[in-house]
Ligand binder design. Structure first.
Ligand code: SF4
Length: 347
């Protein structure tokens, strides 16, 4: 049994429904006139617009199914920015949150980059200011500052190297520095610290409030409900959760692990949409979200209508719905330094 939230683009009601099988979802979406008929029309129109206006659509894995379906590339934020930099399209439309579109702009400074819903931010990315990090650097001048990619461009500009959740351990190991300040996520930082005990890693009080909302008690409850399932957890979860996992990895790491594993049941300890996407892709396996608390409200802000309105507005002359990411050359160049360092150390 798994659940799905769906929005009707006819009446804008949210449907919260439980389904026993993938087939049941298929029947629902195909036959529900007011939802599916409209949604498919909007998807077709987006596909037409992106060809007409030379738009490459990037959808982060935490986006809703109907947005994933019309994207040119899907996946983790850094991978998407790299994909976009290699694409020939002159416009990039990011379906995700603000720091992700900024990273895409940093890697593709000559392209126009848009965010489909301008209100979609990331609470973690905005937790620490450059001034705060500079004040700590003054007290700890011999520490190299490692920034999780989930940070603003302004914060990246005062850090020495960037990491993704997939590369954090590898990059920290490869650095010359023995003393590190890891920002902003103390849970990912704790995972790195445990994996690289030979280095002195200082953490600050920050992190993803969504992943940090789940605790060990919920793991025990979920394990008792699904005794045969493997627990796959994102390192943004608290150590009390990660320590109970069968696998700890990035979102793409979790998805790849689940797809290639011989196991048939999985408890997914990352954003709730991942269990849903995996269920579509692997109908012969079963996926259970660890907790409904791991639902990112910012990631869920973007709707198919936002994508449609943004595509329509790009190059139309009326760009009120096209939310372009504008950065100066200096902002791009200074934020790029720590991304280049990550590539040098073997991202
Ligand atoms: S899941 Fe956490 S890190 Fe990702 S966008 Fe939401 S708040 Fe930010």
């Amino acid at each position: 049994m798994f659940f799905l939230d769906e929005i009707c683009f006819g009446c804008y009601n949210i449907f919260n429904a439980n389904y026993n099988s993938k087939e049941e979802i298929f029947l629902f979406t195909e036959n529900d006139r007011c939802m599916t008929y409209e949604m498919k029309n909007i998807q077709e129109e987006i596909i037409r617009l992106k060809k007409e206006k030379d738009i490459c659509i990037l959808a982060h894995s935490y986006q809703a199914r109907e947005i994933i379906e019309i994207a040119d590339f899907t996946g983790d934020s850094y991978k998407l920015s790299v994909d976009a930099s290699k694409a020939t399209s002159k416009n990039i439309l990011f379906c995700g949150v603000h720091f992700m579109a900024e990273t895409a702009k940093i890697l593709s400074p000559d392209k126009r980059v848009f965010l489909s819903n301008i209100s979609a931010g990331c609470p973690m990315a905005e937790q620490m200011t450059p001034e705060y990090i500079k004040s700590i650097k003054e007290k700890e001048p011999d520490r190299a500052v490692v920034a999780y990619i989930n940070t603003t461009a302004a914060l990246k500009s005062v850090c020495d190297v960037c990491v993704t959740s997939a590369s954090a351990v590898k990059i920290v190991k490869a650095m010359d520095a023995e003393k590190i300040l890891f920002v902003p996520d103390c849970n990912l930082g704790a995972f790195v610290k445990k994996s690289v005990p030979e280095k002195d890693i200082m953490l600050l009080n920050g992190g993803c409030p969504v992943h940090a909302a789940v605790d060990a008690e919920e793991v025990h409850t979920s394990r008792s409900l699904h005794p045969n399932a493997l627990l796959l957890v994102h390192p943004e979860c608290k150590p009390e959760v990660s320590n109970l996992a069968d696998y700890i990895g990035s979102t793409s790491g979790i998805m790849n692990f689940a797809k290639s594993s011989d196991a048939k049941e999985f408890i997914i300890g990352t954003e709730i949409s991942i269990a849903e996407h995996l269920q579509y892709e692997c109908p012969d396996k079963k996926f259970y979200p660890l907790s409904k608390k791991i639902t990112c409200a910012d990631m869920k802000l973007t709707t198919l209508m936002d994508v449609y309105n943004c595509c329509k507005a790009i190059d139309s002359g009326d760009e009120s719905d096209a939310h372009e990411i504008l950065m100066t050359d200096e902002e791009i160049t200074s934020a790029r330094v720590c991304i280049d360092k990550m590539l040098e150390l073997g991202e």
